[in-house]
Design a binder for this molecule. Structure first.
Ligand code: AMP
Ligand code: ZN
Ligand code: FE
Ligand code: FE
Length: 289
C-alpha cells in the first residue's frame, strides 16, 4: 500500500463512488482524476448500481487508466451494516440486475420515510429536492442511479439546517438518530452468492467499521474471496489484523480510498489509499471461478 500517489504508476484504487450513487464526481471525472494521479487502474464501486460504468468505460478509453467494474452491496448482519464489494461481475446477470432493481426501489422508499420524519420535525425539505440532489448529477430521470442518505444530508446542508454532511448523520439520519429509518434487511451471504453467481469476485468491504470478525469464517465458507485490508477508516491495528486474516485464509487483500468526491464529508482525494496492480491481476484470475 502507498499513500504516495504521485509516484504510483503501478498503483490502483479499488473503492470509488460516483454520482451514479452517492459520490459527487461523475464517472468521467473520477477516471480523469485517476489519470492525473497516475493511477494504473480504478474500480468504480457504487452502492447497489452499475449505472456509472458505461460512462467511466468511455472515459477510460481516452486515458491509460484501466477500469475495473465493481459494485458495493449494502447488507446487514446482527443489526450491523456489512458492505460486500463485487468485482468483474456480469452486469447483465438476471438475478443480479433484478436484485439491484429491488434495492433501488427500497432505497427510494427508505429515503421517502426519512424525509417524512424530517418534515415532521419541522424541516422544510421535500423528496423532490432530495431526488434532484441525486438527479442533477446522475439520477437524471433514467431511474438507474441510486439515492442514499448523503443526498438527504446535502439538502440539509444547502438549507443551512446543519453545517456539514457528517453533522446531518450525527444529529438526524445516522443509525439510531431521530430521523433514522432502517434499510430492508439483506444477508451478506446472499450478497456473496449473488456476486459469485454472476462470475464476480466477492470482497468484504472495510471490516474494521463493523464488529463482525467472528462471522468472517462463515462468509469465507459462503464464497468470500477477498477482504478490504486497506481503507481510510482502518487504523494500523485493523490493517495488521486483516492482513493476517487474509494470509491465514488465503484471501485476496484489497484496498481503496472509498472516495465519494471532494464535498462529500469523507476523504477529499481519490487515491489516498492504493494497492499494487497485481491485486487487479488476481481479481481477473479469480473472476468466473
Ligand atoms: P445509505 O446507503 O443511504 O444507508 O447511506 C450510507 C452512506 O452514507 C455511506 O456509504 C457513506 O457514504 C455515507 N455516510 C454514512 N455515515 C456517514 C457519516 N457519519 N458522515 C458522512 N457520510 C456518512
Ligand atoms: Zn456511500
Ligand atoms: Fe461501504
Ligand atoms: Fe464505499
Amino acid at each position: 500500500m502507498s499513500n504516495n500517489v504521485l509516484a504510483s504508476g503501478m498503483h490502483v484504487d479499488l473503492h470509488v463512488h460516483t454520482t451514479a450513487s452517492d459520490g459527487t464526481d461523475s464517472p468521467r471525472e473520477v477516471v480523469y482524476k485517476a489519470e492525473k494521479l497516475n493511477l494504473r487502474a480504478i474500480a468504480i464501486t457504487d452502492h447497489d448500481t452499475f449505472y456509472g460504468l458505461d460512462d467511466a468505460l468511455k472515459a477510460a478509453g481516452d486515458t491509460g487508466v484501466e477500469l475495473v467494474s465493481g459494485i458495493e452491496l449494502s447488507t446487514e448482519f446482527q443489526n450491523q451494516e456489512v458492505h460486500i464489494l463485487g468485482y468483474l461481475a456480469d452486469t447483465r446477470n438476471e438475478n443480479l440486475t433484478a436484485r439491484l432493481e429491488s434495492f433501488r426501489k427500497s432505497r427510494i422508499k427508505r429515503i421517502n420515510k426519512i424525509v417524512t420524519k424530517l418534515q415532521a420535525l419541522g424541516f422544510p425539505l421535500s423528496m423532490e429536492e432530495v431526488l434532484a440532489q441525486a438527479s442533477h448529477r446522475a439520477y437524471n430521470g433514467t431511474g438507474k442511479g441510486t439515492v442514499g442518505r448523503p443526498h438527504v444530508a446535502r439538502v440539509l446542508v444547502q438549507k443551512g439546517i446543519v453545517n456539514s454532511v457528517s453533522q446531518a448523520f450525527d444529529r438526524y439520519i445516522g443509525k439510531g438518530k431521530i430521523a433514522f429509518v432502517p434499510r430492508v434487511k439483506y444477508d451478506p451471504l446472499n450478497a456473496v452468492d449473488l456476486i459469485r453467481q454472476a462470475g464476480g469476485v466477492a470482497v468484504l468491504a472495510h471490516p474494521g467499521l463493523a464488529n463482525i470478525d467472528d462471522y468472517i469464517p462463515e462468509l469465507i465458507t459462503g464464497g468470500l474471496q477477498g477482504i478490504e485490508v486497506y481503507h481510510p477508516q482502518h487504523d494500523w491495528q485493523d490493517t495488521r489484523r486483516y492482513l493476517r486474516l487474509a494470509s491465514d485464509y488465503d484471501l485476496l487483500a484489497t484496498g481503496g480510498s472509498d472516495y465519494h468526491g471532494p464535498d462529500a464529508g469523507g476523504i477529499e482525494s481519490l487515491g489516498t489509499i492504493t494497492v499494487d496492480y497485481s491485486v487487479v491481476e488476481e481479481i481477473h484470475r479469480l473472476a468466473g471461478k
